[in-house]
Design a protein around this ligand. Structure first.
Ligand code: ADP
Length: 258
């Protein structure tokens, strides 16, 4: 596949990754993408979860131009400058999607590798697990890893498995986002920890992985996600706690831009 991957992708590629499902990778991917768009960057978003894509659900409140075929490639959709590709745009949820082996490689090529994205920042929303798809992407495409976890040992164990996989590749880890970590009390100033409130920084193979930021469980974000509106799409939220957290994460990511 390396032969096909020499089209211009992005100045910066960020994998949003965790071994565990349901920890908020897609939610973080969409909201980071819109944070960078708000900051004026050209942004792409690739939904690498080819069999259970979430991104079209999370952005269905906004109208995307349909993805279309060009030669053998599925060109990304465009929305307000966001280039975006997902198998979820290509069929109904009820169609299902079962890809393996060569079909998986073909789909990756059609949806991603064969296309010149040509953006400043490309966010890749990774599926959970440590599969062939992960190996294909990590081997072919250098990028930085943004881990997402909840502060719970089950998710943390899978994070360590993910760290073991990415050790095999030339990938820089930006840090760990601890998602759905606490709730902001509406009656007092306190942050109430969810789960057990432990600090889940960790070391693997002499490397230390630090929590870059902890994000709250935000009921409004959850509601907006359920109706397909990205939280960071709404500029009225500029002073909100979650909005400021995303701005902080974006600024930390940008520190590494050459
Ligand atoms: P993953 O991509 O890791 O499988 P999702 O992004 O689909 O996880 O998130 C799983 C569920 O958690 C979704 O219902 C999503 O709306 C919700 N969620 C994720 N992050 C938050 C958050 N910070 N506050 C509230 N709900 C969240």
């Amino acid at each position: 596949m390396k032969n096909f991957s020499n089209f211009k992708k992005a100045d910066r590629i960020i994998y949003v990754y965790s071994g565990k499902g349901g920890v908020g990778k897609s939610t973080v991917s969409v909201n980071i993408a819109f944070t960078f768009l708000n900051l004026g960057y050209k942004v792409g978003l690739f939904d690498a979860d080819l069999s259970t894509p979430s991104i079209p659900t999370l952005v269905k409140g906004v109208k995307f131009t349909d993805q279309y075929m060009h030669k053998n490639l599925v060109m990304p959709a465009k929305y307000k400058g966001l280039l975006y590709s997902s198998t979820g745009n290509l069929g109904e949820t009820t169609d299902g999607s079962f890809l393996s082996g060569q079909y998986l490689k073909g789909a990756l090529y059609q949806l991603f590798f064969g296309i010149s994205w040509d953006v400043d920042i490309l966010i890749i929303d990774m599926p959970p697990g440590t599969t062939d798809l992960h190996t294909n992407l990590f081997y072919n495409l250098e990028g930085d890893i943004l881990f997402v976890t909840t502060p719970h040992s089950t998710s943390h164990e899978d994070l360590i498995r993910s760290a073991a996989l990415i050790e095999r590749f030339n990938l820089n880890v930006i840090g760990v986002i601890e998602n759905m970590s606490y709730v902001n009390c509406t009656n007092c100033e306190k942050q109430i920890p969810l789960h057990n409130g432990q600090n889940l920084d960790f070391n693997y193979n002499n490397k230390s992985y630090k929590i870059l930021s902890s994000l709250p469980f935000d009921a409004e974000l959850s509601y907006l996600s359920s109706i397909g509106v990205p939280y960071m799409f709404d500029k009225n939220k500029v002073n909100n706690h979650t909005y400021l957290k995303y701005m902080f994460i974006a600024s930390e990511i940008l520190k590494g831009v050459k």
